[in-house]
Design a protein around this ligand. Sequence first.
Ligand code: GLN
Ligand code: ZN
Length: 748
Amino acid sequence: MTTSIIGFPRIGEKRELKFKTEKYFRKEISEQELKDFAKELRLKHWRLIKDAGIDTIPSNDFSFFDTTLDTAFLFNIIPEANKNLKLSQLDRYFALARGYQGEKGDIKALPMKKWFNTNYHYLVPQFSKTTDIKLTDTKIFDEFDEAKKIGIKTRPVIVGPFTLLSLSEFHDTNREDFVDDLISAYQEVFEKLAAEGAEWIQLDEPELVKDVVGNDKQLFKQIYKKLLKSKFGLKILIQTYFGDVRDVYNDLIELPVEGIGLDFIEGRKTKELVQSGFPDDKILFAGIVNGKNIWRNHYQHSLELIQSLSVKNIVLSTSCSLLHVPFTIENEEFSDEIKNHFAFAKEKLSELVEIQAILSGQDTVAEAQNIALFEKDRVIPNIKVAERIKNLNVDSFTRKPSLEKRAQIQKEEFNLPLLPTTTIGSFPQTREVKKTRSKFRHHEISQDEYDKFIAGHIDEWLKWQEDIGLDILVHGEFERNDMVEYFGQNLSGYLFSKNGWVQSYGTRGVKPPIIWGDVARTRPITVKWSKYAQSKTKKIVKGMLTGPVTILNWSFPREDISIKESTLQIALAIQEEVLDLEANGIKIIQIDEAALREKLPLRKTDWYSEYLDWAIPAFRLVHSQVKPETQIHTHMCYSEFTDIIPAIESMDADVISFEASRSNLEILDELQKQHFKLQVGPGVYDIHSPRIPSVDEITNTIHAILSKVPKEKVWINPDCGLKTRGITEAKASVENLTTAAKDVRKEL
Ligand code: GLN
Ligand code: ZN
């Protein structure tokens, strides 16, 4: 048995690639300097993987921005406007990723989307009538060659044709129109790689773990039947991840390929599928080490799994690319006791090698250590939390009275005008705000000084909100670094790494907190500043919380208890906070669920049974115990929830705000059709751009909304929080919003 991995983090141990690339963006270093640096980094990573004892190593998993973009760039799947830019190859590439505005032209960036169920984003290739597929880049060959020169014969990786076509957008064309040209181009890659001395190529086909039926299945079969006719002697690995391939398993194992990569971690059915039969003449790349989470592998479980498969040829591998975990645990400051439980990317390499050794009867030390690690309880359970979860019943998840009755009660309570105006929570996080938080964190300023600073900002922004006549105010979230870490820091059971960065897109990273133990609220989290703000104005100030599903989805979850149970623990903690806010005079509370939609399972058939059936009740648990007159708002960043409207409705909030301005309010038609009961605040302008919308523009949007939603149910707000905006544009935009709302109100 040998070992391999699907891909390795490319940003570097200390995010070196990020910092160098950003220097290049700021024109502080030359193109050659960046390229040389990237090359050194690749060599370093290959050597590191080799020295760890991994037998076969991928290449071309490196990227200056995104590997899907690399693949599109390789095949000349590039909008015309980009081709015409008189820029270097690298700058044209960056222009696709980030747009270009300068003396050589002005083009927009490609759209960006979440990569399957991860927090990584890929750039969406655009096909049009003029798309002319041919090889126009040499990255994949150059990198193979680079590694070859230091004596490592790598397995180049590229996004497979089925996934590429499935993820792309087509303008006045169909994906079927490009199949033949694309196949020829992939074959040309095979031919060239074979000529350079490559033995294998890895085609990443994660799209195969979704529901692959009907036309999709036809397309998959058609592509591979043709593609595999000319392999030029190259061995082909079809690599899948993020789930199991139940819809195409039987087709896959019949294909004339040499390797099939399957995910045994997220693929609930993978074991069963493989046990139903796996051909002797193929190699199973068995993804047994979790590429998405940071816990140590349970060796006994992995060994039992491998032994239960009765497959002749196995390569031990990761469940997906290690891109999704931080680089190494070595630079963290946790105690050894804690560190022992973690395996980041580098440590996962050793895990594969150790499992390999144990399977061949060696290395009993590692085995004994691993057994010992899992033998004793890692955390002391929180009995109180366990009790509370055990005692949950139907009432715990049911808010009373009904939505309609609450609406009546709240109408009298608040006496708001039609089209009440509000914002989504945060105001600009200026450099000054960030710097002051950082100084406080590093004990450079006292609690008192810090509090004065935050209070000053709240005062100033409350005054502005009153002046422009917003109806429901917010305190502005100046004390928060982000939506999850801020809450995690005030909950027991959370750990925070110093260097645990994971690439989110391009040069941007996130540092997800780690859920280490049972989660409970140890102290009030937001009460102080909400109460302060409310004491400063006669208007209502909305409390502002992050919901349990979002907190969980943006953390590294535990593996020793279910995600559902962890979410319920978080929900109970946030429930305490909700009740505390209510007891302290906060009458409207917004509970953000920005990440609820994005973690829907990849298979539609799993949406309810594997996710919504516990995620939605977890949200209800948070607010079920509040008084009828307390108004609960929720907020979602995307309006793409047409397909789960009943689930959204059963969150049973009183009001929901969501991003809508970029999607032409289409969501509202669907809400109307399905008789959506909640009050809605469809964002009336796009906050993702510094543009200031005019009063007229917003007035038109409000009219459009009113043509689809009864006026009694409409709130007026921006798309999202304003933390990423500058002060001037944020103020001007919201002022126009209130003016527009007042104008339209007069007509009603
Ligand atoms: N309340 C948060 C804010 O305004 C919501 C952010 C979000 O939905 N992404 O920043
Ligand atoms: Zn949002």
